[in-house]
Every structure is written in structure tokens, then in C-alpha cells.
Design a protein around this ligand. Structure first.
Ligand SMILES: [Zn+2]
Length: 255
């Protein structure tokens, strides 16, 4: 069975030591990964990776905690990167009220980047943390591109899940599905239609059980698949082909 990981950050420093070895193993076991942008520095790194490695696709975006100095120059920089066809989405963008970043700046950067996504009709990868109500209101008011989007690392309950599904978005699920305390999250997954689910790792963050406390990597997406299979009661090749077809549809891939 072959996997995909629709949300990773393998360009980060934490992979510098063994990136080559990791990539060669990933290319054997996974059909592709999507490396997700988080700010200015990530743009050129991701462009380099997608040009060098066939199995890597990328996105560009400014994470809500990287929006202090966000301005029109950043939009131009992103727009330039979008000329590369392996840049398949805008993200990760959104609201994060867990950290102490100026909320007005977060809203402003989110709005500007959503407009960019609509202008180029690119899907959006949303990052939402401790702000499910506020993000819902803002996304609903602003409107998503026709190309759609995903709430990455969905981490709330079924009530919130349903609201975002009703906006037409996919939900991404990660290692926290395997954490003992997350019954609400597992219930949200159970109720989410199987054609609206995306498998993610958020590597190097959020390692699944039994790797908590260690660095996460895209190979560990296998544990996320296992948990999705178990909860949705859909197994092996069927789950693999369903999750890949969801991702291919959203990110317009054929691989
Ligand atoms: Zn991420």
C-alpha cells in the first residue's frame, strides 16, 4: 500500500542532518508529499525542493504567527512563486489565538492571502488554532475560492467540523487522532464523509503514538492512515485510493 502526506514541513532545519536519506525512503513508500509554506524564508526553500524532487509539491503562505510585518511585497513574492506549477495551494494561512501575535494583523494577512487565492483560483490550506468561531465567521464572510480548501490539522469537535464541511472545505487529520484524550476529534472524524478527509503529518511536529516527544516525518503518515481506517471502517487499498483521490481532486494532481 502506498501513502501520501498532504501536509509536511521537510524544508525545516530539523531535517538538515538526514534529509537525503529520508527523501529516498519517502520516494519508495509514498506517492507524494506536499510541503507547506509558513512565511518568507520557506518560499525559496520550497521552490528549490519542488524543482529538485519529483515527489514533492509545495504551497506558499504566511502562517498567522508570521504576520507581524506582512505587506504587499509579500503578496508579490507569493504571486511570483505561483508561476511554478508545482506550487498547488496558498497556505498555511489562518488564525492562531494560542500564541500572542497581534490579532488585527492576523486578520489583515488572512484577508489579503485569501484574496490572492481567489484571484488565482488556488485552494487554501487553513491553520486554525483556538479560533474556530472567529475563523469560521471570517472565512464565511470573505468567501473561499472556487478551488476550495482544507482545514489543516482539524482539532475540534463534530459541531465545528460540520460548520466547516458546510463551507465546502476538506478536513485534514494528523497524529493527534492517536492521542488517548482526543475522543471528540475521533468522533468528528467518524462523522466526516470519507470523501472530505485528507491525511497529514505536519512533520516535524505532532508525531503520532508511539513516537510522541520525537521528531515526526512523512513516513509516519502510515499511523494516521491506520487510525482513519479503524474509525471509518474502511481498510487497506480502499482507504489509500480514497484519500489519494481526495487530495488529487483538491490540489489538482494526477500522480
Ligand atoms: Zn503545518
Amino acid at each position: 500500500m502506498r501513502y501520501i502526506d498532504t501536509h509536511s514541513h521537510t524544508y525545516l532545519k530539523r531535517f538538515n542532518e538526514d534529509r537525503k536519506e529520508l527523501y529516498s525512503e519517502i520516494s519508495e513508500k509514498l506517492d507524494y508529499i506536499i510541503d507547506i509554506g509558513i512565511g518568507k524564508d520557506s518560499i525559496d526553500k520550497i521552490l528549490e525542493s519542488v524543482n529538485k524532487y519529483e515527489f514533492i509539491f509545495g504551497t506558499v503562505g504566511f502562517h498567522p504567527t508570521e504576520t507581524e510585518d506582512f505587506d504587499d511585497d509579500d503578496i508579490s513574492h507569493m504571486e511570483e512563486a505561483l508561476k511554478e506549477e508545482k506550487i498547488v495551494a496558498i497556505g498555511e494561512i489562518g488564525l492562531d489565538f494560542h500564541w500572542d501575535t497581534d490579532r488585527n494583523k492576523q486578520f489583515k494577512a488572512l484577508g489579503m492571502q485569501m484574496e490572492l487565492a481567489k484571484k488565482h483560483n488556488k485552494p487554501i490550506v487553513f491553520h486554525i488554532r483556538d479560533a474556530y468561531d472567529e475563523a469560521y465567521d471570517f472565512i464565511k464572510k470573505t468567501g473561499i475560492p472556487e478551488a476550495g480548501g482544507v482545514v489543516h490539522c482539524f482539532s475540534s469537535n463534530w459541531e465545528d467540523a460540520k460548520k466547516y464541511l458546510d463551507l465546502g472545505l476538506y478536513l485534514g487529520f494528523d497524529g493527534p487522532l492517536t492521542y488517548p484524550k482526543n475522543d471528540d476529534l475521533r468522533e468528528a472524524l467518524k462523522n466526516t464523509p470519507i470523501d472530505r478527509i485528507l491525511p497529514e503529518t505536519d512533520s516535524p511536529f505532532l508525531p503520532p503514538v508511539p513516537f510522541r516527544g520525537k521528531r515526526n516525518d512523512p513516513l509516519k503518515v502510515e499511523y494516521v492512515y491506520e487510525e482513519i481506517s479503524r474509525i471509518k471502517e474502511v481498510y487497506d487499498e480502499r482507504i489509500a485510493s480514497q484519500l489519494k483521490s481526495n487530495s488529487n481532486k483538491l490540489f489538482k494532481l494526477d500522480r
